[in-house]
Write a protein that binds this ligand. Structure first.
Ligand SMILES: Cc1ncc(C[n+]2csc(CCOP(=O)(O)OP(=O)(O)O)c2C)c(N)n1
Ligand SMILES: [Mg+2]
Length: 899
């Protein structure tokens, strides 16, 4: 979409404004080549190119520019207002952020917290707060800022000055259970739903989700759902965080789609937790090349204003040469020492430079500041970033980790984890930032808030009022929507008659019906990572189109066909390509749109179940924390149902993984009507009631008949189980009886087992469809807890118990998942309970061979039931052996987990 090496200054370059001058230059090059050879020409041109880049030309021939600021001083927009006042305000924020961590750890050092990271970030945040970030208001939709997770004390300190948090709340930092209104360690919408918008502390997650957020804002606009232009997404990332694959993994998308509503600020304090990020290199230069290659506008903010005269005088390039030769490990060490050390070890690398700074005192050398800590440089960078068009912008800001912490951490290896400050360091901090605190107040780490009518407080209020109010702030709900009634999915409720279909197909039909729905249709967001054809969804390409900001610039190969591949500026499907991390990021953006944009959207993200939680579990956790609503569909699930694909594809555990997410409702439906009931009720809960839950449904690709929905089944489907088949023998005479449980495709094996038990062994079998062992367990846990806490009251009964008690015979469950999955309900099953499951690595074969191998097929279900009956004395043991022989079961086959 954009020229990959385009920069602000090269915008519009092209027309030759002086052809004669150009010819002279070219002739000069020719002459050099002729006299001194091409090597000499390269040498001269490299110097000339560098000179132009230093003047702010942007990159010319290479992908990186010299190790100086991208914006030359002459082009800087000037910070409006009173710089000293802003410094004083920032110093107060710095103090309070530090004090809250120090105070919490005086109480108990087990609470933890971080001081050093925010101290390196303070200027980068405060310039944003004072001049750039719009809160949502009548005149602006609001910018979305992804704050760095472990710098949260900086945000709390700001909120305190703005009157949003009290001192008691600051003192409740990291004490959310014992203190009313205590503050969460990191940004967690789940814990502070009116404050934090985006969970960022798991490194890399803020990065990738911010890209897809910016992209989703474009989508909302293209789909005519919301006006999002003029709003920016800002993400603050650590330089160490850049090593996470999630951080850099989607930068090309942002470049390709020209997301100029996205601004990343990388706080290059040169350190991560253990030590330097690139001790032997330079992180800023490395990132510059990476981002430029990905099509981003790169703004380096390396040096502060105090360096400007030295750089201006550096006509021979000696200073820049030393700047480029120094590695980050050295830059870190300089800032942990003093001016004399910097003189000797930095300027001392070149005697001419030593000479050049001879007139400066050690103190003056020490005060040579870094760009990311200089409000003027930061302001200029932000000013350019918000105006840049056609590309996302990354600001690479050089700072100092633990800035101001002195002996307690500045530039020190151990600074990341420092949560205490020595008294001397506290006093030095006070002096350095000129805070009006007595020694006693300093020693007690008292909070400081200037009087309400002080210039600092007036400025703070005036700026935030001008920018629409306080930030961060999170919207908890949007306009409720009506969920379509259940008969919208009539086709699924009535069964398939003679036709055999899969639950995936049933789901696609449900989705198609939703897309057609007048109320909710345009709010549905289908998300697929290159698997539409696998799931039989390719018909939707043509129907609703694949979103592309460019539309379709080519005639698709299959254009003659009815269902051709259609990209469209207004397309509805997010066809993400092969990125599950990107897809789940889109899921988060869409599923939290009610909050970020005040518009409810309903994502349906369908993928190979094995490449779901297992692959992107931490992002799923972030989705839950974000209070995301929507549907995840684990396609072609089960360890024996996706039979040909083998070990890496066959999922026998995604349900267990999802069972750990408190806000996830997970189901393993067998029939189309179950899929319809679950989705309809999910919509009701999410878009009408606006509960912050999301759904996980497993879908299969095995075709079979789907019956019509039995009367009254809906409640049981949602709660987790209902009786599907009543044993037919034994109505008149007394025969042994069993209760068989199953889910997903294996429920069909269970139904077949019931027939075998009746016809071959005269045993009556009732069959239950268990749509969610996980929901049943949740209910059981809650009931058990209530009973424990209310010993004198009438005990309540778990739903499983209420269904199975009064029914006769042992209980046997079989599913396409590990035994631990049905085992979840064991303690609420009355009487004996035997579970079968697909423990072990998957492999390829026919479904029946695999089900036999994993011992979950109809014959094993029958065998297990007979064994339970024999153990209870209801039948003879011989009958169990008879089943083994009749069904040709190899009693000495190895455990599937051992092979
Ligand atoms: C995925 C993940 N891994 C590890 C951590 C633990 N952790 C928190 S901060 C940090 C170092 C961060 O360094 P950097 O990104 O440079 O940020 P800085 O604090 O220097 O600004 C680590 C390892 C985490 N929060 N998330
Ligand atoms: Mg860092």
């Amino acid at each position: 979409m954009t020229d990959r090496v385009q920069t602000p200054s090269s915008n519009g370059a092209g027309a030759d404004i002086d052809a004669v001058e150009t010819t002279e230059w070219l002739e000069a090059v020719d002459a050099v080549v002729e006299h001194d050879g091409p090597d000499r020409a390269r040498q001269i041109l490299a110097r000339a190119v560098q000179r132009a880049e230093l003047a702010g030309s942007g990159p010319i021939a290479s992908i990186t520019t010299p190790y100086v600021n991208t914006i030359p001083p002459a082009r800087e927009a000037k910070l409006p207002g009173d710089p000293l006042l802003e410094r004083r305000l920032r110093s107060i924020v710095r103090w309070n952020a530090m004090a809250m961590v120090v105070r919490a750890n005086k109480l108990s050092s087990e609470l933890g917290g971080h001081i050093a990271s925010f101290q390196s970030l303070a200027t980068l945040y405060e310039v944003g707060y004072n001049h750039f970030w719009h809160a949502p208001s009548d005149s602006h939709g609001g910018d979305l800022v992804y704050f760095q997770g472990h710098s949260s004390p900086g945000n709390y300190a700001r909120a305190y000055l703005e009157g949003r948090l009290t001192e008691e709340q600051l003192d409740g930092f990291r004490q959310e259970v014992s203190t009313a209104g205590g503050l969460s360690s990191y940004p967690h919408p789940w814990l502070m739903p009116e404050f934090w918008q985006f969970p960022t502390v798991s490194l890399g997650i803020g990065a990738i989700t911010s890209i897809y957020q910016a992209r989703f804002m474009r989508y909302l606009e293209a789909r005519d759902v919301a006006q999002t232009s003029g709003r920016k997404v800002w993400a603050f990332l650590g330089d160490g965080e850049m090593d996470e694959p999630e951080t850099m993994g989607a930068t090309a998308l942002a470049g390709r789609e020209g997301l100029d509503n996205l601004i990343w600020v990388v706080n290059c304090n040169l350190q991560r937790l253990d030590g330097p990020v690139r001790g032997n290199g330079k992180i800023i230069q490395e990132l510059e090349a990476d981002f430029r290659g990905a099509g981003w506008n790169v703004i380096k903010v390396v040096w502060g204003t105090r360096w400007d005269p030295l750089l201006a005088a550096d006509t021979d390039g000696r200073l820049v040469k030393v700047m480029e030769e120094c590695v980050d490990g050295e830059y870190q060490t300089y800032k942990s020492r003093d001016g004399a050390y910097v003189r000797e070890h930095f300027f001392g690398k070149d005697p001419v430079l030593l000479e050049r700074v001879a007139h400066m005192s050690d103190e003056e050398i020490w005060l040579l500041n870094r760009g990311g800590l200089d409000q003027q440089k930061v302001y200029a960078a932000y000013h350019e970033a918000v105006r840049h068009t056609g590309q996302p912008t990354v600001i690479l800001a050089k700072t100092i980790k633990g800035y101001g912490m002195g002996v307690s951490g500045e530039g020190q290896m151990i600074t990341h984890q420092a949560k205490k400050m020595t008294e001397d360091a506290l006093l030095a901090f006070r002096d350095r930032f000129e805070l009006p605190l007595s020694d006693k107040q300093v020693r007690a780490a008292e909070y400081y808030k200037p009087p309400s009518d002080s210039p600092e407080m007036e400025f703070l209020r005036e700026r935030r009022a001008a920018l629409g109010g306080s930030m961060p702030v999170r919207r908890m709900a949007a306009e409720p929507l009506e969920a379509p009634p259940l008969d919208t999915f009539k086709g699924q409720l009535e069964g398939t008659g003679d036709r055999e279909i899969s639950t995936t197909m049933a789901f696609v039909r449900v989705l198609a019906a939703l897309l057609r729905d007048k109320q909710i249709g345009r709010r549905i967001v289908p998300i697929v990572p290159d698997e539409s054809r696998t799931f039989g969804m390719e018909g939707m390409f043509r129907q609703v189109g694949i979103y592309s900001p460019l539309g379709q610039l080519y005639q698709p190969q299959d254009s003659e066909q009815l269902m051709f591949y259609k990209e469209d500026k207004h397309g509805q499907i997010l066809e993400e390509g092969i990125t599950e991390a990107g897809s789940i990021s889109s899921f988060i953006a869409a599923g939290s749109s009610y909050s970020a944009h005040g518009e409810q959207m309903v994502p349906f993200y369908i993928y190979y179940s094995m490449f779901g939680y297992q692959r992107v579990g931490d992002l799923i956790w972030a989705a839950a924390d974000s209070r995301t609503r929507g549907f995840l569909l684990g396609g072609t699930a089960g360890r024996t149902t996706l039979n040909g694909e083998g070990l890496q594809h066959e999922d026998g555990h995604s349900h267990l993984l999802f069972s750990v997410v408190p806000s996830c409702r997970a189901y393993d439906p067998t029939f189309g009507y179950e899929v319809a009931v679950i989705i309809q009720d999910g919509l009701r809960r999410m878009v009408t009631e606006q509960e912050d839950v999301f759904y996980y449904l497993t879908l299969m690709n095995e075709n079979y008949h789907h019956p019509a929905m039995p009367e009254g089944a809906a409640d049981g489907i949602l709660r987790g189980m209902y009786l599907l088949r009543e044993g037919s023998v034994g109505r008149k005479k007394k025969v042994p009886r069993v209760q068989l449980l199953g889910s997903g495709t294996i429920l069909n094996e269970v139904l077949a087992a019931a027939e075998l038990l009746e016809s071959d062994f005269g045993v009556a079998a009732d069959v239950w469809s268990v749509t969610s062992f996980t929901e049943l367990r949740r209910d059981g846990i809650e009931v058990e807890r209530w009973n424990m806490l209310h010993p004198l009251e009438q005990p309540r009964q778990a739903y499983v118990t209420s269904q199975l008690s009064g029914r006769e015979g042992p209980v046997v469950a079989s599913t396409d998942y590990l035994r631990a999955f049905p085992d979840q309900i064991r303690q609420w099953v009355p009487g004996s309970y035997r579970v079968l499951g697909t423990d072990g690595f998957g492999r390829s074969d026919s479904r029946s061979a695999l089900r036999r191998f994993f011992e979950v097929d109809r014959h094993y279900v029958a065998l297990a039931a007979l064994k339970e009956l024999a153990d209870s004395g209801a039948i003879d043991r011989e009958r169990v052996k008879e089943a083994i022989d009749r069904y040709e079961i190899d009693a000495d086959a190895p455990m599937p987990t051992h092979v």
